[in-house]
Write a protein that binds this ligand. Structure first.
Ligand SMILES: [Zn+2]
Length: 318
């Protein structure tokens, strides 16, 4: 099959990751995948990118969201206001966009991870700004595994690929081996399995890297010719990227295992040892990644978790 009628539009974000990709499918009905952030800069950039294609935001008919992070869905309410477009979100993410829930609202999990009080306070101080970036989105439709998003001449199949977030979806066109991967596969960096509350375990958290490694196994079994990621250039050799992810995760797990001792350390201590001198957002991501790897090490019998005085200590099995 011919390549899909895709236009990539990199849109600026206020985050360290840089631009986020909005993909326009120039087919009927006119559809975008992901939106950019809820900022004037993003709206103007998208308007301009549309104009360059001879398109108008008002003509948009459908918005598909890969996951409920602010760079991927934040502009959706504004775009709906302009165009009346239908919004579709994976069923595992829909409650997050409805409530505008923030991914760092994790009180107990962060305390147990040993996050110091002043870091928690610093995070709380940023909550109003973060809140603006997580607008509530009402009336979105839910997408489930195997659903088809129909276009004139082709369709995209919805797949659940939890990991980066718990309800992350990717969109696949099997005739051309095309995958819209959101933040499940990225060209320059390994996606961070983000700490998230687990809706099924109140006060608990999702086993994000365990889920992500399962998603990677599923991707390895697919025929992928071209991957359109949530950030950066299209990926023309997906199998090579998947192999490099595997190597990265093995190395990182070995490194964390080597930091464990018999006495035990909190996830925050391990994260700080691994990434000294990190800023606030990065400290959260570092703890997130460390906990995610510790889950995998525990499953492999290479680490133990011991509750101790309100925190959880991770130690070498004795
Ligand atoms: Zn992203």
């Amino acid at each position: 099959m011919d390549p899909l009628p895709v236009v990539r539009m990199p849109i600026p974000t206020p985050f360290a990751v840089g631009d986020v990709n909005v993909y326009v499918l120039r087919a009927e009905p006119l559809t975008i995948i992901d939106t950019g952030t809820a900022t004037i800069d993003a709206e103007n950039a998208l308007k301009l990118a549309f104009a360059r294609e001879g398109l108008f935001l008002e003509a948009l008919r459908r918005i598909v969201v890969t996951h409920a992070h602010p760079d991927h869905y934040g502009l959706a309410p504004r775009l709906v206001e302009l165009s009346g477009a239908e919004v579709l979100v994976g069923e595992g993410e829909i409650e997050k966009v409805r409530s505008g829930a923030m991914w760092w609202e994790l009180g107990r999990v962060l305390v147990e991870a040993g996050m110091p009080y002043e870091v928690l306070m610093e995070m709380a101080a940023r909550a109003p700004e973060a809140r603006r970036m997580h607008p509530r989105l009402e009336g979105a439709g839910a997408l489930a595994e195997g659903d088809r998003i129909e276009f004139e001449g082709f369709s995209l199949e919805v797949g659940m690929f939890p990991g980066h977030t718990g309800g992350h979806i990717c969109l696949y066109e099997s005739g051309s081996g095309t995958l819209f991967a959101g933040d499940t596969l990225l060209p320059a960096i390994t996606p961070n399995p983000i700490l998230e509350p687990d809706p099924e375990a109140p006060g608990g958290r999702r086993r994000s890297l365990v889920q992500y490694l399962e998603s990677l196994a599923r991707l390895e079994a697919m025929d992928l010719q071209i991957v359109y990621p949530g950030h950066g250039e299209p990926i023309s050799d997906p199998p090579a990227l998947l192999r490099s992810y595997r190597r990265h995760h093995v190395r990182r797990a070995d490194r964390i295992a080597s930091m464990l001792d018999a006495g035990g350390k909190t996830a925050f201590q391990i994260a700080t040892q691994m990434y000294p001198d990190r800023g606030l957002a990065d400290r959260f991501l570092a703890v997130s990644e460390t906990l995610a790897h510790l889950d995998v090490l525990i499953d492999a019998g290479r680490a133990q978790a011991v509750p101790s005085g309100g925190v959880i200590l991770f130690r070498r099995p004795g």
